[in-house]
Ligand binder design. Structure first.
Ligand code: HEC
Length: 139
């Protein structure tokens, strides 16, 4: 009878150490190497947020989307941070599937059409889409 007890206790101790292994903290997950969905080969090819994307907002959006807009400020000071973090429904962008992003859906009319007066050009929309695909950088 005492032998059974010893075996039972040994199994318990072994099980304890086995389960401990599962909880081992392996530290933060660190992504090494390039961003997987980064479609730009290098910085020269990469679409520039400040030079190419912000000007689209300046000429089509900021009359309404300034600091006075309740949800989304697209002025140069704030647009990037608003789109990623601080806008009412942030994040508005999706770097894996840009078509699923709020920004893209508003630009194409899946959500309320933006600008309300009618679509910006196809080239402008695809530029915004490709900027997201390239990682949505503040470059
Ligand atoms: C004539 C004014 C006007 C213009 C121009 C305009 N918007 Fe809007 N936008 C609005 C209003 C009002 C809302 C809030 C009501 C709604 O969601 O339909 C809104 C909502 C949005 C939203 C959703 C915000 C949220 O959190 O739900 C996005 C994204 C957006 N606009 C992007 C744009 C972009 C990008 C442009 C330029 C290409 C643009 N808008 C141009 C008036 C405008």
């Amino acid at each position: 009878m005492r032998n059974y007890l010893k075996i039972f206790l040994s199994v318990c101790i072994m099980a304890f150490f086995v389960f401990q292994g599962c909880n081992k903290d392996e530290g933060p997950f660190v992504l090494t190497g390039p961003i997987p969905q980064d479609t730009a080969q290098n910085d020269t090819n990469r679409i520039s947020y400040s030079k190419e994307i912000q000007p689209i907002f300046n000429s089509n959006c900021t009359t309404c989307h300034s600091e006075l807009h309740a949800k989304l400020n697209l002025l140069p000071c704030c647009s990037y941070d608003q789109l990623l973090n601080t806008g009412f429904n942030a994040s508005y962008i999706d770097t894996v599937t840009p078509e699923n992003s709020r920004l893209y859906k508003h630009l194409t009319g899946t959500l309320s059409m933006m600008p309300p007066s009618g679509k910006i050009s196809d080239e402008q929309i695809s530029k915004i889409k490709n900027w997201m695909k390239e990682g949505g950088r503040n470059n």
